[in-house]
Design a binder for this molecule. Structure first.
Ligand SMILES: *[C@@H]1O[C@H](CO)[C@@H](O)[C@H](O)[C@H]1NC(C)=O
Ligand SMILES: *[C@@H]1O[C@H](CO)[C@@H](O)[C@H](O)[C@H]1NC(C)=O
Length: 564
């Protein structure tokens, strides 16, 4: 089964993560049960390294499988393990051998019909919403320079003492973190390597110049600075879904149709199937149940190096509009990350988001559903369909088969109305709705992370991951807009001016860049400016933008969390 294969791969390289110093600050558990966790077997702790490194502070006395899964999900871990009547541990890999199912034989203190491992034996559950493709060092993307000098704990929890500081290079650190299954990696002070599953509370993006120390093992590379971390992330090692995510009810109709290149899509990642799991033997009689879970696509809409975060499923006009907001808030991140020339397809992504909104308004006869929308407007650029996995689990005893009532308190998505204004220039022909080159400012609006409230009510949405977007206090609204203006300027230069440069020679030979971008062809045709003129317009718009937005107060906007 997939989960176990991942563990085996991780175990082979586990020596590198053996000596880690954990300095973890516990994060709150998910408030809603995170349902997609699947049972993965009974495992033994061989001690060194610990089978799962993070011990949850939640009291064992009323521990249940659901509570432990919520603890691990809330802290960003892929695996949850319960031992000895209900002590809950979490980890990114499972460092121990699988043992006979019968060795997991202790009931949970919080629910005696569930199994909580044995003595030093763990009942292990896996969050299947992690992409499972084999991750390489190349999959880590640089996030730039970040602070690591907070009183609230380290930026990344696990220090890699086994990686020799005297010869540290970026690759060596990434490799160690990759082997440990950690999505985040960072080098610091020339010779320190840290890994983590989340970025610590109190860690912020810092100016690039503050990471100013060469790596001890390669003076051509930078390895952080004093209290500064060169941070990297591999999205492949992060869950695709937040707390509260509920997989769509599985049936073949839920799987949206794939777009054009079905065969190549199917071969890139083997389907996740789980066929060998034994049902745990519990003291009460229970039988094996087969359930299916739909794992959302790893990459819904792809533009070059960038992938969208999948839109939440929707059922009606209201949740459909939520999906539109979720989509629109990602457009700036596409322009920032897709890379030339695929970044040109981000215009299409923006239109696709607009199509979601139009779809929400049409009141389709078959019901307002994401799968229906997919059928009409498939996402492009190598999108992968959701995968269906089959899992064998213990059935609930017949007496208590009442399905859990689903209270859907998802992370609320703020409306993508920008508090910053697009400036107008009659001379250069830009204004609201028609920025230079069609590239809008990133949206600055209400912060969607509850933990940032009430101090940081605003956020500039320039990354698909909310945590990586810069957050702002109310009095910092002008700064937020200035940053959004700068981002728009950078995109204007990198995309619009760049496109104008290419125009004369691209008639024939450049065409292959735009495999699916029919509308881009038309759009770039309208980019009549020379590169020099384009730069002048970008600069003028930037200066106007700063001027227009220097008095933005954000007053009346985003008064409370979720109340936007
Ligand atoms: C994270 O930071 C927020 C404020 O910025 C604070 O309220 C919260 O308690 C912190 N969480 C932890 C676990 O330190
Ligand atoms: C106890 O666990 C069983 C099996 O997982 C579940 O069906 C039942 O709802 C749980 N009881 C409570 C009170 O949570």
């Amino acid at each position: 089964m997939a989960a176990l294969r991942t563990m085996a791969a991780a175990m082979a390289a586990v020596a590198l993560v053996r000596h880690v110093q954990a300095t973890e600050v516990p994060l709150p558990p998910c408030l809603d049960p995170f349902r997609p966790f699947v049972y993965s077997g009974c495992f033994q702790d061989s001690g060194n390294p610990q089978i799962l490194p993070y011990r949850s502070p939640a009291p064992p006395d009323d521990m249940t499988v659901e509570k432990c899964m919520a603890e691990c999900k809330g802290n960003g871990y892929r695996y949850a393990g319960l031992v000895y009547y209900g002590v809950c541990y979490c980890g990114s890999t499972v460092n121990g051998p699988e043992v006979e199912e019968s060795q997991c034989n202790l009931p949970c203190k919080g629910n005696s019909s569930q199994t909580c491992g044995g003595d030093n034996i763990f009942s292990v559950y896996t969050d299947p919403t992690f992409p499972i493709e084999d991750v390489t060092v190349e999959d880590y993307d640089s996030l730039g320079c970040w602070t690591d000098d907070s009183s609230m704990g380290r930026a990344l929890t696990y220090r890699q003492d086994k990686v020799d500081g005297a010869t540290l290079t970026t690759e060596k650190c990434l490799l160690a973190c990759r082997d440990g299954g950690f999505p985040f990696a960072g080098t610091e002070f020339g010779g320190e390597c840290y890994c983590g599953v989340v970025i610590g509370n109190g860690t912020f993006a810092a100016p690039a110049g503050e990471c100013d120390m060469a790596c001890n093992g390669d003076s051509s590379q930078t390895c952080g600075g004093r209290g500064r971390l060169n941070l990297f992330v591999s999205d492949e090692l992060q869950s695709l879904e937040p707390c509260g995510y509920e997989p769509p009810v599985s049936s073949s109709s839920v799987v949206p149709p794939t777009s054009t290149s079905t065969s190549s899509v199917q071969t890139t990642s083997p389907p996740i199937t789980s066929t060998t799991t034994q049902p745990p033997i519990t003291t009460t009689s229970s039988s094996a149940c087969v359930s299916t879970t739909v794992v959302p696509p790893t990459c819904e809409y792809k533009c070059g190096k960038w992938c969208s975060s999948p839109l939440p499923d929707w059922q009606d006009a209201k949740t459909c509009k939520g999906a539109w907001s979720h989509c629109t808030l990602q457009v700036a991140s596409c322009f920032k990350h897709a890379g030339w020339p695929d970044v040109l397809n981000c215009f299409d992504f923006g239109e696709w988001c607009a199509d979601v909104s139009k779809y929400c308004d049409t009141k389709p006869s078959g019901g307002c559903r994401k799968s229906d929308f997919w059928g009409k407007k498939p996402p492009r650029g190598g999108a992968q369909p959701p995968k269906t996995i089959t899992v064998t689990t213990t059935c609930a005893p017949a007496t208590s088969t009442k399905p859990a009532t689903s209270s859907t308190t998802k992370i609320p998505v703020p409306t993508p109305t920008n508090i910053c204004q697009q400036p107008t220039s009659w001379l250069h022909g830009y204004g609201p709705g028609k920025p230079v080159g069609g590239i809008e400012m990133p949206v600055v609006t209400c912060n969607d992370l509850a933990e940032d409230w009430p101090n940081y009510p605003f956020k500039q949405y320039n990354d698909i991951e909310s945590r990586k977007c810069v957050k702002y206090q109310r009095h910092q609204c002008p700064n937020a807009c200035a940053d959004a203006c700068k981002e728009q300027y950078d995109d204007c230069v990198d995309v619009y001016a760049q496109g104008c440069k290419l125009k004369p020679k691209r008639r024939a030979e450049e065409q292959s860049y735009f495999e699916f971008a029919g509308s881009i062809e038309k759009r770039t045709f309208k980019w009549q400016d020379s590169w020099g003129v384009a730069i002048v317009k970008c600069k003028a718009q930037y200066a106007d933008c700063l001027w227009t937005n220097k008095g933005v107060t954000g007053s009346g906007k985003c008064p409370k969390y979720g109340g936007w």
